[in-house]
Design a protein around this ligand. Structure first.
Ligand SMILES: [Mg+2]
Length: 138
């Protein structure tokens, strides 16, 4: 089964969590949970994770699909009538799935990496980097 098929199956598992109105505490998934879910799922395949450079190629491919959807939504290049309708959300989740696979295969805990980024960048380095709304200025 290809990674594309894998991501479709993971998306179908996650859809109820995002399409059922307000999430209950049980429906909330942190990055740790998502990483574990992907890891458990890919372990049934050989190899569970593609080689790093193939994953990078896949990430580039998926990022291009996001670009294509954004260009269709906001750019001058509209879809041909023969082109399949795709959702931007589906393409974004494909990017996330691929990033999760890259992180998992490199034993990276994205929850810890996220917290580190928030602490170092959002709360310190970039705290005054961008123009703030009037009511948010310090
Ligand atoms: Mg895609």
């Amino acid at each position: 089964m290809s990674l594309k098929d894998l991501s479709k199956n993971v998306k179908s598992e996650l859809e109820p969590h995002f399409n059922s109105g307000s999430p209950s505490p049980k429906q909330t998934q942190g990055l740790d949970d998502i990483q574990k879910q992907v890891d458990e799922w890919v372990k049934q395949f050989n190899p569970p994770y593609w080689p790093a450079l193939e994953q990078l190629a896949r990430l580039t491919e998926e990022t291009g699909e996001v670009a294509r959807e954004l260009n269709h939504l906001h750019g001058t290049k509209k879809k041909k009538s023969s082109e399949e309708t795709k959702e931007l959300s589906d393409e974004l989740v494909d990017v996330i799935f691929t990033v999760i696979c890259l992180a998992n295969s490199h034993k990276i805990n994205l929850d810890e990496a996220w917290k580190k980024m928030v602490d170092e960048k959002m709360n310190k380095r970039d705290v005054n980097r961008f123009e703030k709304k009037e009511d948010k200025k310090e």
